[in-house]
Design a protein around this ligand. Structure first.
Ligand code: GLA
Length: 389
């Protein structure tokens, strides 16, 4: 039981609690970002992939207009009637309440369901466990309510719920990749138009998530601060977002800008260029180039955007020296949590062994490494589908 997958756990507990199999099973994955950090809320580009760790919900429709949901990870059951005013509280139920609030505003029709939920995306590690939760819940509502599943519309609704109810001013990257990832591919996303291109990840490389065993603190306030620094530079240039400012324009106005805000903007503008370069290099199979761009991204996040941490710098550096590594960098909002590396498939075992040893020796911490496969985004299965698979 302890080692079974979240998919198996939710199916088993649902049957135990309700005495029959659920009607549906839904899942939504976490993500790791290959490159394009802190660019999404500047209307820029990102290149994430959905990982093979997800939030799963087993559920059945009920006639009552309410949700009854049991979270196995938090060992907590909640009941949220649709007709009662929502009040703010704490913890994972806030995501559900924030979503119901936005669904109502968006005039999406709500039908009741009961469910059991579990996941294996590490929480607070920078792998978007919250986007996975939001998209899994939205998939559940959408399945019971027969909503037309439009990934970008659903991702935008989830982002809005997080912005408005939870108070995290995040961009659209995490929700978009959790909604529309594709197995074997990374997603080139234009965060302004929400246009997507799935770019195959060559079989000769694997993405390895490097969990530093540190967790970020005060990330929301530091994140929101970075966001307003970027917005301040955009408004100096009289444009909607930093996406509209070229590096030449920025350099040309250096003397007139606040030095800190100048560096923040320089990171964003250059990072946008790196994302497009990286997508092109991946298509050509030029993995050395991809690795170099990842390293440049890390340095810029460390020095210009200042969202790295000692542990992230150390693990990325140890990774770069380990066998078969093309490049490594921090991933996600930063300040702790996870970095990631692109590693030659043939060298995976040697890479993992060396990195675990080197990181522990240098830090006295134990890294957790996940070799992951790019996976499909949020999906729903009917009883016929999941019972037979
Ligand atoms: C968090 C946010 C994303 C994005 C990244 C940084 O994961 O949720 O929207 O801004 O940080 O790239």
């Amino acid at each position: 039981m302890v080692h079974s997958s979240p998919r198996e756990r939710v199916l088993k507990v649902f049957e135990e609690e309700y005495g029959n199999a659920p009607e549906y099973l839904v899942q939504a994955p976490g993500r790791v970002n290959l490159i394009g950090e802190h660019t999404d809320y500047n209307d820029g580009y990102v290149l994430p992939l959905a990982i093979d760790r997800a939030v799963w919900i087993a559920l059945s429709a009920i006639p009552e207009p309410e949700i009854r949901l049991h979270s196995l990870d938090f060992d907590q059951g909640i009941r949220v009637p649709f007709d009662r005013a929502l009040t703010r509280g704490e913890g994972w139920p806030e995501y559900l309440k924030g979503l119901i609030n936005i669904y109502k505003k968006s005039k999406l029709e709500l039908f009741g369901w009961k469910g059991v939920m579990a996941g294996n995306v590490p929480i607070g590690a920078g792998l978007s466990s919250s986007a996975a939760l939001e998209l899994a819940l939205t998939r559940a509502f959408g399945t019971v309510g027969h909503w037309n599943w439009n990934p970008s519309q659903m991702a935008s609704i989830c982002q809005l719920a997080e912005n408005e109810w939870v108070g995290m001013n995040c961009g659209i990257m995490d929700q978009m990749i959790s909604a529309s990832g594709r197995a074997g591919h990374v997603l080139l996303l234009d965060c302004r138009s929400l246009k997507t291109i799935h770019v195959p990840l060559p079989e000769t490389v694997r993405v390895v998530i490097l969990d530093t065993d540190t967790r970020r603190g005060l990330v929301d306030s530091a994140y929101n601060e970075r966001r307003s620094q970027c917005e301040s530079v955009a408004s100096y240039f009289g444009v909607k977002a930093l996406r509209d400012v070229s590096i030449e324009e920025l350099e040309g106005s250096k003397a007139k800008l606040d030095p800190l805000e100048f560096r923040r903007a320089r990171h964003v503008i250059r990072e946008n260029g790196r994302v497009l370069d990286c997508a092109a290099a991946l298509r050509l199979g030029n993995l050395d180039r991809v690795g170099k761009l990842m390293i440049a991204s890390h340095i810029s996040l460390r020095d210009d955007f200042e969202v790295s941490s000692e542990a992230l710098d150390l693990i990325a550096e140890c990774a770069r020296k380990a066998q078969g590594c093309y490049g490594a960098r921090m991933t996600g909002a930063g300040f702790g949590g996870c970095a990631m590396a692109l590693v030659n498939t043939k060298s995976i075992d040697a890479f993992v062994e060396q990195l675990l040893k080197d990181y522990t020796e240098a830090s006295d911490r134990k890294a957790h490494l996940y070799v992951c496969s790019p996976s499909d985004g949020a999906s729903a299965f009917s009883a016929e589908e999941f019972l037979l698979s």
